[in-house]
Write a protein that binds this ligand. Structure first.
Ligand SMILES: [Fe+2]
Length: 312
């Protein structure tokens, strides 16, 4: 497992996932970071830089130029390794599976060899500490990056997964619908994705900001979820120019996904209902976890030949 350990990070941290080849949303995300004066070293994308939308090569280029941290998503793993499909784990003959054939072929044809090399060397986990709390950013599941972990997924399993990687707070993405949960003394956060609306009937997408509660109480944090507004029409037009079919293009314009194949019943029932996610307070666990990062060395354990990582 390739793990990037960032050590301690101070100040607000911008967390998002799923740019999905949506250059307009990615540019809007960077504008937000700059408005909040959040530097690239405090920005973490939890993967799937490329997927459904029309500008995969440009989006990778933009993200790399921005200089933020990126966790490998299943799309980066598949494109980087030149695999036959997106690795989402869609069941055969479902609409998600059928639609993925088209966009994955387009992505595969567009992404340059240089960016494939970058994708192959991305870390699968990024760990950091802030205020004595250990955070771990993953893509989907702890064991399987393509696992869809939803708010309705088993809480006990989430707790065990967090425990298994010795982390207080897991930060994931992949499933496309943001949420945050306190599970006993651990936490599971899904940042949402920026490249596609959350199937809630709204055109915005979602990201999260993690920040200390106050200057006098830097050991507890607030995670807050925010709507990202971007130029949906321009993103849809880019898909049209790319010759992609209308299913996900319409999702950009309506906020409704073309398929709910992957969704559990609870999330299916929420389709078309605007999301509202209250902030979540994160406090240190009572047990002393400081030993976990005693030997923080900022090295990447695995691929060492990727300048986008080793330069950090
Ligand atoms: Fe994914």
């Amino acid at each position: 497992m390739t793990i990037l350990n960032l050590g301690n990070i101070d100040g607000p941290i911008l967390l998002f996932g799923g740019p999905y080849s949506n250059l307009q949303a990615t540019a809007a995300m960077r504008e937000v970071a700059e408005q909040h004066a959040i530097p690239p070293q405090n920005v973490i994308c939890n993967g799937d830089v490329v997927a459904y939308c029309g500008e995969p090569e440009e989006t990778v280029e933009y993200i790399r130029h921005w200089g933020i941290h990126v966790v490998m998503g299943n799309c980066e793993e598949s494109v980087g390794e030149m695999q036959d499909d997106c690795g989402c784990g869609f069941e055969a003959d479902t609409l998600c599976s059928l639609l993925s054939v088209e966009w994955y072929r387009y992505v595969s044809n567009q992404v340059s060899a240089q960016h494939r090399d970058w994708m192959r060397c991305l870390p699968r986990n990024i760990r950091f500490r802030s205020g004595g709390i250990q955070f771990t950013v993953i893509h989907g599941g702890v064991e399987n990056m393509s696992e869809f972990v939803f708010a309705s997924s088993n809480l006990h399993q989430k707790y065990q997964d967090a425990e298994s990687i010795e982390t207080d707070c897991v930060i994931g993405g992949h499933c496309g619908i943001p949420f945050g949960q306190k599970i006993d003394d651990r936490y599971w956060i899904n940042t949402g994705v920026i490249g596609m609306p959350a199937n809630d009937g709204c055109k915005n997408s979602w990201y999260a900001i993690l920040q200390p509660n106050s200057q006098t109480d830097s050991s507890s944090f607030n995670v807050s979820w925010h709507k990202l507004d971007f130029d949906n029409t321009a993103a849809a037009n880019a898909m049209k120019r790319a010759g992609l079919s209308s299913a996900y293009r319409e999702a950009l314009l309506t906020g409704i996904w073309p398929s709910m194949d992957i969704l559990p019943l609870q999330e299916k029932q929420q389709q078309g209902q605007p999301l509202s996610i209250p902030p979540l307070k994160i406090t240190p666990r009572t047990s002393d976890l400081s030993r976990l990062n005693e030997h923080t060395d900022h090295t990447v354990h695995g691929c060492q030949d990727n300048e986008a990582i080793t330069a950090r």
